[in-house]
Design a protein around this ligand. Structure first.
Ligand SMILES: Nc1ncnc2c1ncn2[C@@H]1O[C@H](COP(=O)(O)OP(=O)(O)OP(=O)(O)O)[C@@H](O)[C@H]1O
Ligand SMILES: [Mg+2]
Length: 248
């Protein structure tokens, strides 16, 4: 879609993120997530503008949110309004990020001295406290419950949904000859009458995933930027072509 939806448009800027902006809409229950071309790494220390990254990520995230929703995972995503604006339910973000790993890479390799590329015997679910000032430290579920960041039942739902997302994404990338090494998810709370539900929020994009081409080991994700492995814009365009079968 390239035309702006007449009924929803960006209102006040609520949050200026590193890769996205969050805007209010006339409906207090809904926000617009605007995808920019900004890329950061190492908690904002490294920054760049990557041509068309916002458009690519906006479309890729919508594509995967629809897929996981069809598999029974409740999502905040509703629909794309144009190339960069996504209409979502406004959620209360749970400050606990979930990382699912199928293969050892990045922080796990560093922390435990394991070789990058070692396959894990089953998906590993990790938790991180969402805090830029603390650099998103790893925590466990007891810490999150004890400090009131999430309820035990919310963490159970997040765990189950994360594994379901993993199955859906892994099956998809596998067909394309790409290994889903790991990815990060954020969840939020929405009120339904007097009840609260946990839903998948934020994004599913190559910014928050590691995707390795099986035949060559080529990285098709933001590590290309973090580790100076090549041109990120070209990499994301290539990934887009593989997902949608056409150029962006
Ligand atoms: N449905 C939603 N409702 C409310 N907030 C959301 C929703 N989806 C995502 N967010 C929040 O919007 C922000 C998106 O911006 P971005 O991802 O660029 O932030 P960031 O710079 O990475 O910082 P953060 O560490 O907060 O993610 C994030 O803070 C995310 O938690
Ligand atoms: Mg973010």
């Amino acid at each position: 879609m390239s035309l702006d939806s007449p009924e929803f448009s960006r209102g006040a800027l609520l949050y200026q993120g590193k890769a996205k902006q969050v805007y209010a809409t006339h409906d207090p229950a809904r926000i617009i997530i605007h995808y920019t071309d900004g890329a950061t790494a190492f908690n904002g220390l490294k920054k760049a503008e990557i041509a068309d990254k916002g458009v690519i990520n906006c479309r890729i995230s919508a594509f995967f949110m629809e897929k996981v929703a069809a598999a029974g995972v409740p999502v905040a995503f509703e629909r794309n309004l144009n190339d960069r604006d996504q209409l979502c339910l406004a959620v209360d973000i749970i400050p606990v990020e979930v990382v699912v790993r199928n293969v050892v890479a990045g922080g796990l390799a560093r922390k435990l001295g394991l070789p990058e590329g070692q396959k894990l015997p089953a998906p590993l679910v990790e938790h991180f406290y969402k805090s830029d000032t603390l650099n998103d430290p790893q925590i466990n579920e007891s810490t999150a419950v004890l400090l009131g960041w999430a309820k035990a039942w919310e963490l159970r739902a997040m765990h189950e949904y994360s594994l379901r997302v993993n199955s859906v994404l892994q099956a998809f990338w596998n067909e394309l000859g790409i290994d889903l090494v790991d990815f990060k998810l954020e969840f939020g709370r929405v009120s339904i009458g007097s009840a609260t539900a946990v839903v998948l929020a934020d994004e599913i994009t190559p910014d928050g995933s590691r995707l390795w081409e099986r035949s060559t080991g080529r990285h098709l994700d933001k590590d290309v930027f973090r580790r100076d492995l090549g041109d990120l814009s070209e990499t994301y365009r290539e990934l887009y072509k593989r997902v949608f079968g056409k150029t962006v």
